[in-house]
Design a binder for this molecule. Structure first.
Ligand SMILES: Nc1ncnc2c1ncn2[C@@H]1O[C@H](COP(=O)(O)OP(=O)(O)OP(=O)(O)O)[C@@H](O)[C@H]1O
Length: 302
């Protein structure tokens, strides 16, 4: 019988998984899997459990927010087998699940794991040590700042929502950063910077300029310069609205598979939304098609 390991964070999001757990396990069982269920007890518990017990499973499924998915991918990368990863999102924003086309509905997401196909996805690596699935960012852009404009979106409409979000960048403290890559070298005071492989961040699609291909071996680098006056803010809003990042000095955006950030002061990074350490120098590399996520679509006949 095929073996499925199901690791979940019982505290993630609004803890809705509890009401659906039985049904999800049943879907896996009816899909022909022998299921092992492991609720995580603390940060890194899921990571350690998968490292110790993940081998020889046909599928490793996790449920939780971006942090739980980050731990799961990090652990699977350390296993000697390439085991497909299923994901049932239960966090607050679930940007990456949306980028992968994984359903928001937990039951539907479980069905995808049983019936879906694998998708070879690029994964980011920080200083050759820690992986991230879809975004490494600096600039104290907290969940509150992410979510406030998100809630306002429906009330205000797209344009006003972008203006609100752009205003949030004015509240951030700029830091001086030197950014080096094969494609571009830039330096200056930036309020926000990110290395990403996603179609949205914090629910915001406009933050990621241009098209994103999750398996092209390249991540998007997006840097937002310090906003010194209302004209700068206007330029930033225009860039977000038109998505023409090339036409403004306020945003610097390019694709690369390797980029280095250096600053005289420590930069606090978040990796997939969780604190990732404060560093003066950070190197990001893309690991092309490093993991297999199970996504919507028909399985190939073997
Ligand atoms: N039982 C637990 N108690 C406390 N923390 C946990 C537990 N299980 C996992 N964690 C840690 O909590 C962090 C956040 O969890 P997770 O990303 O699953 O949910 P979330 O914060 O609700 O989601 P999101 O950030 O997408 O809103 C993870 O990095 C994980 O290591």
């Amino acid at each position: 019988m095929k073996k499925l390991l199901f690791v979940f964070n019982p505290n993630s999001g609004k803890a809705q998984l509890k009401n659906k757990l039985m049904q999800i396990v049943q879907i896996f069982s009816e899909g022909g899997y022998d299921v092992t269920v492991y609720p995580t007890k603390a940060a890194m518990d899921g990571y350690n459990y998968i490292i110790e017990n993940g081998l020889s499973h046909d599928v490793i499924v996790c449920s939780g927010g971006d942090g739980t998915l980050n731990e799961t991918v990090g652990a699977v990368l350390h296993l000697d087998e390439r085991i497909p990863i299923g994901y049932i999102p239960s966090g607050t924003t679930n940007d990456f699940a949306r980028s992968l086309g994984i359903p928001k509905d937990m039951i539907e997401a479980a069905k995808v794991i049983v019936k879906g196909r694998t998708f070879n996805c690029d994964i980011g690596m920080v200083d050759g040590q820690r992986s991230f699935n879809y975004v490494a960012a600096f600039g104290a852009f907290t969940e509150v700042s992410y979510n406030t404009p998100q809630q306002l979106k429906n009330v205000l409409g797209h344009q006003a929502y972008i203006i609100e979000a752009a205003k949030q960048f004015m509240t951030l403290k700029p830091c001086y950063v030197r950014v080096k890559s094969d494609i571009k070298n830039v330096e200056g005071n930036f309020v926000y910077g990110m290395v990403s492989n996603t179609k949205s961040v914090g629910g915001m699609k406009f933050l990621v300029g241009g098209s994103t291909d999750l398996q092209d071996g390249l991540f998007e680098v997006t840097l937002i310069r310090e906003i010194k006056n209302p004209m700068d803010l206007q330029q930033l809003v225009n860039a977000f609205m038109t998505q023409k990042f090339d036409e403004t000095d306020m945003v610097c955006s390019f694709k690369t598979n390797h980029v280095e950030f250096e600053s005289p002061n420590e930069i606090a990074w978040t990796l997939d939304g969780e604190f990732g350490g404060s560093l003066k120098k950070t190197v990001f590399d893309v690991m092309p098609k490093a993991v297999d996520f199970i996504v919507r679509g028909k399985k190939k006949k073997s």
